[in-house]
Design a protein around this ligand. Structure first.
Ligand code: SF4
Length: 141
């Protein structure tokens, strides 16, 4: 179900078929893997916490009860700045009472933007949900 306008196309792993998707970044911060054309048409940018908060507010209250999983798009959403990412995770936890898991794609580069402590912080945040790394890719040299 769509509650807001996505910047298409939006990709998610098959296992996230029932997840509500929030597009916290648009495109891929790398976007130069030769084998991948997923985000070539998009100019990478990070969307603001305010934009995501407005989208959360657009989800009807009754529907928020239904979602147990949320996926953060686009290509390597883990690159999102840590402090603001924690704000988004807190907003999601506050607004989706049955939330058990939050997933996101992570490239090797986006992983290097987080310390071990920061990754642990994401995993342990509030209600026991966890950030899952769904793909690891190599870049051309
Ligand atoms: S990091 Fe992933 S999404 Fe980005 S260009 Fe490479 S394969 Fe595609």
């Amino acid at each position: 179900m769509y509650y807001f306008d996505y910047v298409e196309p939006v990709f998610r792993p098959p296992s996230e078929a029932r997840s509500l998707i929030f597009q916290i970044t648009v495109g891929c911060s790398q976007n130069h893997c030769r084998f991948c054309g997923m985000y070539k048409m998009k100019q990478f940018h990070i969307r603001s916490v305010a934009e995501i908060a407005a989208e959360i507010a657009a989800v009807p209250l009754q529907h928020r009860q239904q979602y147990q999983r949320i996926f953060l798009a686009d290509g390597d959403a883990l690159v999102y700045p840590q402090a603001e990412l924690l704000q988004i995770l807190d907003l999601l936890a506050e607004n989706f009472p049955r939330l058990t898991r939050i997933g996101a794609y992570a490239s090797p580069n986006s992983l290097t933007t987080k310390s071990v402590t920061e990754l642990a912080e994401l995993k342990k945040r509030n209600c026991g949900y966890s950030i899952s790394v769904w793909k690891v890719v190599t870049r051309k040299r």
